[in-house]
Design a protein. Structure first.
Length: 230
């Protein structure tokens, strides 16, 4: 699709490495082999990897990406949950080299956990807005803001840091409270509709369950779950 749209090299597809399947080093080896032997060149030109919050941190990706010519998207939120042994200030120059080697502008993800988040699942969910810009932020890169309030989160950063002029009439205040549910505010309408439908059909209302810590045996399933809205 990107090729048909004549998009340049800065347009990429961002994915996570996936699960560890009981042996991280063996999985990384399989990934190398499949990348070199099975992935078409047209896909290699677009595909980039992002450090995730469950299985593969930036240190893990730096073991394979530079050798394979795969750029790395550094996610600050994920690094805070699943940290590398090196600080972002040390990682980012190494990560940026994976982009510069391909002639692509570096890309990063920025988000904040929801206020009051404690459990593993709560920490994964994105807050409505981003608290602040990171001190290690490079000048020449694309920063993708991942926040429930969408453009309002970006407008707020514009205003706080004086990055661009904002139209005050377009601004709205943040919500007074933020839910700690993983799917956040976005899923409220869908959940309400489903609940009403279940009640009409005579299904019992589900009981609220206390959140449990992540079971290590579920890590691969969580890593491969594309339906989580974070």
């Amino acid at each position: 699709m990107m090729d048909l749209m004549d998009l340049d090299q800065d347009s990429v597809m961002i994915i996570h490495m996936g699960g560890v399947y009981g042996d991280k080093e063996a999985t990384l080896k399989r990934f190398r082999e499949h990348w070199e032997k099975k992935v078409p060149d047209r896909v290699k030109r677009r595909l980039v990897l992002e450090n995730d919050e469950i299985c593969y941190n930036a240190d893990d990706l730096l073991k394979v990406c530079p050798q394979l010519g795969i750029p790395i998207v550094f996610d600050y939120h994920h690094d805070a949950i699943n940290p590398s042994r090196r600080r972002p200030a040390e990682l980012i120059p190494l990560i940026n080299q994976t982009w510069h080697a391909r002639g692509i502008r570096p890309k990063q993800h920025l988000s904040s956990p929801r206020p009051g988040a404690v459990t593993a699942m709560e920490l994964r969910a994105h807050a409505d807005r981003v608290a602040e810009l990171p001190v290690d932020l490079p000048d020449d890169m694309d920063l993708m803001i991942e926040a429930k309030d969408k453009e309002q989160a970006v407008f707020e950063l514009y205003r706080i840091y004086g990055l661009y002029d904002v139209v005050w009439e377009n601004l709205r205040p943040p919500a007074d409270e933020q839910t700690l549910k993983t799917k956040g505010r976005k899923s409220a309408g869908t959940s309400a509709k489903k609940s009403k439908k279940d009640q009409k059909e005579g299904a019992p209302a589900p009981e609220a369950a206390e959140e449990q810590p992540i079971d290590p045996e579920m890590i691969d399933e969580l890593a491969d779950d594309d339906d989580l809205d974070l």
